[in-house]
Write a protein that binds this ligand. Structure first.
Ligand code: BTN
Length: 261
């Protein structure tokens, strides 16, 4: 289980974070760390604040889905960022860096390549190992804040079949220390956030495209009831998926299209 010890470890990690002030809000149990983080945002918390729990009993997934996680077995936390250096139409870059940070961290542990299933599901061996729920706060023409919720399956060994889930333990047969994984992930996020602030964004989007599940391969897609074969080309600057169908390049928003396995 994550314990008070984790609080100290996270706090130490965050001390080296490229953020101005650091706060860790550890809750033994909570409904959703994203919801708690949203409440903290209203109260005006600093960039780099983290809400983390051992037992998230009403976790939110993408598109109104739930995120289920067995207590004490996985990482469920939310990171608050104030990416004011990005324009509102650049918000997809936060998805890019967090997906890459998860990929890098997991590839240090797993015996193979980790893929990003567009837009921000993290897959290993065609099974989902982590998910991101990024909730942005825009004010007028400013990108004010974002709550980046991360669910990473670490030691859980049982998932409903329709979820196609996996965990570090299922993939390697080993038990992991949650603090160690969190430490590596936070370092990776910090590194990518710094790159986003200082370096070429093209390099980041290139790395993201190269990591996309199915990129450059002929795959079957579904739009509502229609199925077609196409090839993922990458994403546009807004993070929309570009799929080549015959001679046409089609552009899709999240949830407009499903890639079939
Ligand atoms: C998804 O793939 O559907 C997104 C999953 C995001 C789950 C995380 S767990 C921590 C944070 N708090 C939430 O309520 N959801 C996110």
């Amino acid at each position: 289980m994550i314990s008070a010890k984790l609080y100290k470890i996270v706090y130490k990690i965050l001390a080296n974070f490229p953020f101005q002030t650091n706060h860790v809000h550890y809750l033994p149990s909570c409904h959703s760390t994203n919801e708690v983080a949203q409440d903290l945002l209203q109260a005006g918390v600093a960039e780099g604040s983290v809400v983390i729990t051992d037992d998230q009993f009403a976790g939110k997934g993408q598109s109104g889905n739930v995120w289920n996680s067995f207590p004490g077995q996985n990482l469920t936390f939310s990171l608050i960022l104030h990416p004011a250096f990005l324009a509102p139409n650049e918000q997809f870059l936060i998805t890019v860096i967090l997906s890459l940070a998860l990929k890098d961290t997991l590839e240090e542990i797993l015996p193979g390549e980790v893929k990003i299933k567009w837009p921000n599901d993290i897959f290993f061996n065609n099974r989902k190992i982590a998910g991101l729920l990024i909730e942005n706060v825009l004010r007028g023409n400013h990108y004010e804040s974002c709550v980046a919720g991360i669910g990473l399956n670490v030691n859980q060994e049982d998932f409903p079949e329709d979820i196609m889930g996996t965990s570090l333990k299922m993939a390697t047969n080993q038990q992991y220390n949650l603090n160690t994984i969190l430490n590596s992930l936070m370092k990776s996020i910090a590194g990518y956030y710094q790159i986003l602030k200082e370096e070429s964004r093209l390099n980041l989007t290139d790395a993201y495209h190269q990591s996309l599940l199915g990129i450059g391969e002929e795959r079957k897609f579904k739009i509502r009831k229609d199925e077609f074969n196409g090839i993922i080309q990458g994403t546009d600057e807004f993070g929309r998926l570009l799929v080549k169908k015959g001679d046409e390049i089609l552009v899709f928003q999240h949830k407009e299209i499903q890639m079939l396995f």
